[in-house]
Every structure is written in structure tokens, then in C-alpha cells.
Design a protein around this ligand. Sequence first.
Ligand SMILES: Cc1cc2nc3c(=O)[nH]c(=O)nc-3n(C[C@H](O)[C@H](O)[C@H](O)COP(=O)(O)O)c2cc1C
Length: 210
Amino acid sequence: MRIDVNALPAAAQYKLICSTVIPRPIALVTSWSEQGGDNAAPFSYFNAMGEDPPILVLGIELRRDGQELKDTGINIRDTGQFVVNLVDEPMAEAMNVCAIDFPLGVSEIEQAGLHLQPSECVRPGRIAESPVSFECELMHWLHVSPRRYMAVAKVAMMHVRDGLYDPQTGYIDHSKYKPLGRYFGRLYTKEHELFEMVVPSLQDWAAADK
Ligand SMILES: Cc1cc2nc3c(=O)[nH]c(=O)nc-3n(C[C@H](O)[C@H](O)[C@H](O)COP(=O)(O)O)c2cc1C
């Protein structure tokens, strides 16, 4: 089947893209503004894009009910700072509460039973319960389509829960980390079946009995 995705309405394009590019990691983004104080909201249009410096990217859309940007977008655009707090399995429900559109003055962080800790390099705090937090400084604020913005940021500081980082391998221990993945709509995934695969050299690949 061939799908001319650009000919479809925006909502249908969204459904196709977000149900094919799966699973996606979830960033519980904390940001801050002078007027609104601390803010937290989940974003699964999120990924890592490079190192030296470490680069993270977020996709932020306008509010459903109007032409306004979401608070996270306004705060990132205006302050140039945010924190990406990764979400693990035990944090799933708290993350979901942070997506509720609470009235002004109600803290989603408090309602979700989460706690903020001061960051080192940026004004927005980080979520104490999160296994991994990245303090971020905005590099590029992009208006990529009428309803979409993109924040490209570099990581100024990283915080990792004790016991997750393996200095021998340089990797995070995924079996202790237990990140939550986003499918689409109401669907999420936990880590289930992992397998190993090594890229062979051209010689080994050509010599292998195929
Ligand atoms: C798992 C999950 C992932 C989400 N990902 C995004 C996203 O990538 N981009 C986006 O604009 N909104 C996303 N949302 C919706 C926002 O979290 C939601 O609109 C939130 O209320 C925005 O809050 P704010 O106005 O405080 O920024 C997601 C919601 C959930 C539950």
C-alpha cells in the first residue's frame, strides 16, 4: 500500500507517524517561568541526536484549543532552559498526571506526587524520582510547521540515579533503569525481549554461508 502522507489531514498524518515510529522514549520536561513558576509535562516527540556536545531534540505542538503554545514551549522559548527527566516504569502514572491541563497556580508536580530538586546549571529543577535527568540549554528554537515547534538543546549536566551507571562499560544498566516506552494513543511498553547483534565486517559477511 502506498500512502501519500502529505495529502492527508494533519490529524491523520500524526496518527501514521506516531504509530510507526515506536517505541519512543518519554521526556518529562521541567521548565520554569517568572509568572507560572515550575512546570512539568511529558513529551514523546523526543530523542537524542548527538554528542560533543550531547544534543537532545523535543517536538512541541500548539495547544489543542487554540493558537497558543503549550507552557513548556513558552518557557523554553523565553528562558532557553529546561530539564529532560526520563520516565521509568514506576513513574508511569505520575508522568500521566503531569499531562493534565491543570488550572493556573496548580502544580502538576505536586499533584503527581513528584518532587523537585534544584538543578546545577539551569533554573528549572529536576524530578527527584527520575532515574536520569538532563539539564538542557537551548541551541535552536525552530518553527517547523504552523502548529509545531522544535527545541534543539545541548546537555549542560546529567544526573543518574546511584547504581545505574556502569563505569566498566560506560553504559547505563538497562535492567535496573527500566525506561517506559510510548507506543501511541493510550499504549505504552516496558522492556521485554532483548537480543544481541553485531555488525560483521564486509569480509566476514561475504564469507558467511548465506
Ligand atoms: C506520553 C505523552 C507524550 C506526549 N508527548 C507530547 C509531545 O511530544 N509533544 C507535545 O506537544 N505534547 C505531548 N504530550 C501532551 C503534553 O504533555 C500536554 O499537552 C501537556 O498538558 C502540556 O503541558 P504544558 O502546557 O504545561 O507544557 C504528550 C502527553 C503524553 C501523556
